[in-house]
Write a protein that binds this ligand. Sequence first.
Ligand code: 3UK
Length: 555
Amino acid sequence: MKPTPASSASAHTDLFARDHLPPAGLWPELCFDLPELQYPARLNCVAELLDLALARGIGARIALRGEYDNWTYAQLHQQVNRIAHVLRGPLGLQAGHRVLLRGANTPMMAACILAVFKAGCIAVPTMPLLRAGELAVIATKAEVNAVLCADNLRGEVEAMELSPAARQCTLYFGAGAGAGAVAVAGDACGNTMLETLMAAQSAHFTAVDTAADDVCLISFTSGTTGVPKGTMHFHRDVLAICDCFPRSVLETQADDIFIGTPPLAFTFGLGGLLLFPLRVGASAVLLERLTPEALLVAIQTYRASICFTAPTFYRQMAPLFASYDLASLKKSVSAGEALPVATRESWRQASGLTMIDGIGATEMLHIFISAAGDQVRAGATGKPIPGYQACILDQQGQPVGPGVIGRLAVKGPTGCRYLADARQRDYVFNGWNLTGDAYEMDADGYFYYRSRTDDMIISAGYNIAGPEVEDALLRHPAVAECGVIGRADEERGQIVEAHIVLKPAYQASPELALQLQEFVKAQIAPYKYPRAIRFLTALPRTETGKLQRFKLRTE
Ligand code: 3UK
């Protein structure tokens, strides 16, 4: 195994995270080959992302734009410092303590995450739609010591099971519109608000001198089944993702305005809507509850230049694009699930933009295979981005050549380290991270997504990838959204079953089902056509835009 950067003494006085890292032998191999990935042994990511920005004299530039607040770099810096003081002062937290975070995308939520990093604590962000029971599983697993929660989402926090100590250290923020920068004495129940405590704190806070490999983030997978897995990331990892994809593929600039839908609690959103803009001194628009229409309006209003969202959003935005003035938009990034060729094309026709598809994973923190501009190849996700390597492994773990479908394996500066979880052995094999995706490579080193490894449909001996059938169906003018699964079948083992949402002008009928079947047969090998078709009004999706195939299977 290659040497990894020297580890230095942890700044944590609470060693929960270090003590629950997987044993060294089960770690993925880490690679820091690029000059931009040479980090010092002592590193606090927020010192780099914010303190340095101020030192460079960009304090007056807008960092975050929200519905109610616009914060300059100087204002964000002060907010972060005050929150960091609240954590270490009134709340009495130690370095290494875990802080559960809950809130929609707002400047205040962003400031809380950064403050936790800066204070040497560990952020445990959670998705806004999670319920008390799900939050309790996360709080228990990460043994959280404190909670910072947006006031409008407090119900589930009040209802969740929480240790008495963490309950004592629970604060709410942002009561009422525009409360971010305003001191609010207390809520209706007389609880102290985070802002009230902040008002009494100094706007200066020296970043805790953490080790580059001190854990600062435990991100729980948006997994569709089973107990969620906590993935542990270091201060170094937070910077490494900023110095890979945005630098080499996205080519971000200081005058970029970032916008999009993924929650900050999802690492796709944390990177794209907070860390990447800060790394280059750019600004981010943080908005709550975005629909495809609302996102288009916001791009127009804020003159956004880079958009991050999932394929389903681009699909719904494409037909509406022409109704807005979106000349500011220069780049569109799609991740979270496979981007069908049909979606890439309709987006290009509508916007004139070549979509930047990228596969990322919570375990890897962000995107590791992607392509932009004239490097894009139809149907491929792209190539491993600089800093990462990838290959395809067969069932025995041997690398296979071009044209063979196998298991995607990747390594780079970031990688999987589950918090106390036996599934570490499933994700890491021989130093490679196995993402659970079936991929194929071509002779030029492009990587093509086929399906999740568990989702490959086997029908009468044929291997059929659901997403390929979905792509064919999406080309039909009647189809708005679709999900294709394998349904158990006595004769064939499985049959291909398509779940289809029609565009408003179309009516479900047996004739239309037949038409759709013939349409698929005319485009791809006929044995792949959906023998069963079901019409739905909406597909089950996660908060991160992923189709929940298991729900289609059990319907
Ligand atoms: C799938 C894709 C095909 C794939 C994520 C960007 O999605 C993210 O993280 P998750 O842990 O899920 C990981 C899995 O999602 N996937 C993601 N992107 C693509 N499949 N093409 C794509 N472009 O199955 C992967 O294993 O929720 C994405 C950045 C950060 C992230 N956490």
